[in-house]
Design a protein around this ligand. Sequence first.
Ligand SMILES: Nc1nc2c(ncn2[C@@H]2O[C@H](COP(=O)(O)OP(=O)(O)O)[C@@H](O)[C@H]2O)c(=O)[nH]1
Ligand SMILES: [Mg+2]
Length: 321
Amino acid sequence: MATTSASFASFSVILRPSSSNPQFFLFNVAPRTGTSHSRTRSTRFRCSAGQTGFFTKLGRLIKEKAKSDVEKLFSGFSKTRSNLAVIDELLLYWNLADTDRVLDELEEALLVSDFGPRITIKIVENLREDIFSGKLKSGNEIKEALKRNVLELLTSKGSKTELQLGYRKPAVIMIVGVNGGGKTTSLGKLAYRLKNEGAKILMAAGDTFRAAASDQLEIWAGRTGCEIVVAESEKAKASSVLSQAVKKGKELGFDIVLCDTSGRLHTNYSLMEELISCKKSVAKVIPGAPNEILLVLDGTTGLNMLPQAREFNDVSSINAF
Ligand SMILES: Nc1nc2c(ncn2[C@@H]2O[C@H](COP(=O)(O)OP(=O)(O)O)[C@@H](O)[C@H]2O)c(=O)[nH]1
Ligand SMILES: [Mg+2]
């Protein structure tokens, strides 16, 4: 098992069965350099001339899919923007006698823009108070106050935001969320940040459902210079991969094990059950682990984030999102 940074230069992916369980491998992935591609990789991506047509077609399909995803995203933004543009018009012609009607319409515009009832009422009532107490005297002042209110709500800190990693090593962080929400990407970013802070990080490829999910995590391990545990067998359970990784982390003195998991719809109960078994399997190795369960949410999801957060919290007691 290669664990030292000195060994990074010699290989990009080295597979060696662990002594305790031959089903799993600890990968030590080199930061990508021009010369570090392994034999496995070049074989995997070799493309003969006869396949060019297929790849051109595949490339075109991927481009079309990406284009439609981007269009969907921006049409979502532009819908919100046009909902919010109503506010500009409302406030342009505001006068004191019209306050109740304008605030009712403002309330509606905020609600259709996914602000949620609690926040909307808070914003509108703050504005009403300031208008009637004479603090806000023009449409422009109301607009500025509205911006300040939204900014304050977005930036005010709730509970503690630092990761609570405890004193036992390794600390275990599990990343959970729905499919395509950005779990693996967030794990990569987190690994980069924690590594720069001096932590020795082990990644665990707990997404055993999605094709090439562990390859994706391997790329992040390469980029960040972290080590990674993946399942060799396609039938391996996510809970076993994670518990094996935590065992490795413990044996080899890692500071943090970052556990990737498969995406699951919060309404799919059997997959949510699997998350519970992942959590339990990790706790068997280190009592009290995982230290943190982080829910990754796609910022464009809107209010559907709430049921997602609720369901994930019910089964896995998330610590942050
Ligand atoms: N624009 C943007 N895209 C992201 C972000 N995080 C992830 N993605 C993209 O969202 C897609 C799904 O991300 P991934 O990490 O694989 O999601 P997972 O299925 O939850 O692990 C990928 O194409 C990522 O590049 C982000 O913060 N911003
Ligand atoms: Mg993923």
